[in-house]
Design a protein around this ligand. Structure first.
Ligand code: SAH
Ligand code: SF4
Ligand code: F3S
Length: 456
């Protein structure tokens, strides 16, 4: 039998990247080898994102390009097989086949683990849409992790929050927690493979544990009577042997518990880093977004974490030009970013998403030019906040986990890069590849997006 090759193009967030590692793992068991050259592949997978219109457009344009390759594959006329997975697949379902009849499989986000069965069927010539909102149970760990220092491990998926701008609850379904034993097995495997950092991943990590029993909103206890939640999980993973770091993303502001904050302080492997998207600094806009907090509540959470966790980094996400946002309301966002001294923020202009509540407020849409201009100001503010935050660490000695050896740069110097516990990127002159090692570094210079340092 000829060797079969698969190529996956992944758009979107870390959850999608993690899904791609799972798909590669499952496909390896089906006889497929990973290739980096799409033209050589017998199967092409576009792993899509629909968070904004632009990401959705990118997916369709890629599908269009691949469609033209159909019939030109090795030997057979119906090759390469084309698969659409991820959030656009979940959302558009069979409409994808209408729009692009050369697609062989539309794989919904909750059907990921059904892939091995479905692959056999599309190889036999079937066309399939599998987007049922009933999670297909994972059975064993089949995962082909991208070589790196950090392993992303999903602990929960889905979202019950229905923020009025956001498509995720429609594309990833309701919140579901993975069984602890599956998570532990994955952590163990990653550590055995040499990964030095574990990032626990979920749309809402603080919901971890909910629904593991029969009650979808309830928590269950372990055999010692302890509640199985995020802190419990962090404690268990912290107890694994060896030197490594633990992170977790993303946190919903009002769901962060004191128990989690205390866990971060107490456990040596859990890093001083919180990603807590605020979205807007204006109370009226926050209400319209269906976020369950106002500015002063967010500020209290932020101040509380900063007062308890030394050198903590707090990052956020913001949207510019939400429907109806006035100039004054937008300025409240700018003020919030500075006042809270946020260390870094992801920013985006509002993009209307089908099915979401805010997309229906067409009469309140902000013109494109104003959205673009607000986004530019937001980015300007973000840059200033990042630089200020980085300056706090000038002269300090910090532990850095090296992620990269960049070789000789334009100035003729070899550089290694890595991250501090609080997620700051550090560039260090060094002519040895120390990837995967923990080193102590003195910070010598602060730039907007990174720090410079020297080995001590
Ligand atoms: N679960 C996380 C975020 C998931 S989506 C949370 O609760 O915050 C990642 C980010 O994309 C969001 O934080 C938001 O800032 C941005 N985003 C989501 N929908 C968007 C839209 N319609 N337009 C622009 N940005 C959006
Ligand atoms: Fe989207 Fe809100 Fe859920 Fe985050 S919490 S994924 S922004 S609906
Ligand atoms: Fe995009 Fe889906 Fe992630 S919409 S951001 S790939 S959860």
């Amino acid at each position: 039998m000829n060797e079969k090759h698969v190529y996956i193009e992944t758009l979107g967030c870390q959850m999608n990247k993690s899904d791609a590692e799972r798909m590669y793992g499952m496909l390896e068991h089906c006889g497929y080898t990973q290739t980096t050259e799409p033209k050589k592949a017998d199967m092409l997978i576009i792993n899509t994102c629909s968070i904004r219109q632009l990401s959705e457009d990118k997916a369709y344009s890629q599908i269009g390009v691949w469609g033209k390759w159909k019939g030109k594959g090795k030997d057979k006329k119906d090759y390469p097989k084309i698969v659409v997975s991820g959030c656009v697949a979940q959302q558009a379902g069979k409409n994808i086949l209408k729009r692009a009849p050369y697609v062989d499989l539309v794989l919904g986000t909750q059907r990921l683990y059904e892939l091995p069965n479905l692959v056999k069927r599309i190889e036999a010539g079937e066309k399939i849409v599998s987007t049922e909102e009933k999670p297909f149970e994972e059975s064993e760990i089949q995962i082909n992790r991208v070589k790196s220092v950090n392993a992303w491990i999903p602990i929960m998926e889905g979202c019950n929050n229905f923020c009025t701008y956001c498509i995720v609850p429609y594309t990833r379904g309701r919140e579901r927690s993975r069984r602890p034993e599956l998570i532990f097995a994955e952590v163990k495997k990653a550590l055995n493979e040499g990964f030095k950092e574990i990032t626990l991943l979920g749309q809402n990590v603080d919901s971890y544990g909910k629904g593991l029993g029969d009650d979808p909103k309830g928590f269950i206890q372990d055999e010692e009577g302890k509640t199985i939640n995020l802190s419990w999980l962090l404690r268990k993973i912290n107890a694994f042997e060896g030197k490594f770091r633990i992170r977790f993303v993303t946190s919903y502001p009002t769901d962060i518990t004191d128990e989690v904050i205390d866990t971060v302080i107490e456990l040596d492997k859990v890093c001083e880093y919180f990603h807590i998207p605020m979205q807007s600094g204006d109370d009226y806009v926050l209400k319209k977004m269906n976020r369950r907090y106002d500015y002063s509540t967010y500020k209290k959470i932020c101040d509380h974490i900063r007062s308890k966790v030394k050198d903590v980094t707090i990052t956020s996400d913001f949207i510019a030009g939400f429907p109806g946002e006035t100039e004054e309301q937008f300025e409240n966002t700018l003020r919030a970013m500075s006042e809270l001294e946020l260390d870094y923020s992801n920013t985006a202009a509002y993009s209307p998403r089908e099915k979401t509540v805010a997309a229906k407020w067409t009469d309140l849409y902000i013109p494109e030019d104003i959205k673009t201009e607000r986004l530019a100001r937001l980015n300007e503010h973000n840059r200033a906040c990042c630089l200020n935050s980085n300056k706090k660490y000038l002269g300090r000695e910090m532990e850095v986990l090296i992620e990269n050896y960049e070789g000789v740069n334009k100035k003729g110097i070899s550089v290694i890069t890595g991250r501090t516990r609080n997620n700051k990127i550090v560039h260090i002159p060094c002519d040895k590849d120390l990837t995967g090692e923990f080193v102590n570094v003195k910070i010598t210079n602060a730039r907007t997006w990174y720090l410079n340092g020297e080995l001590v």
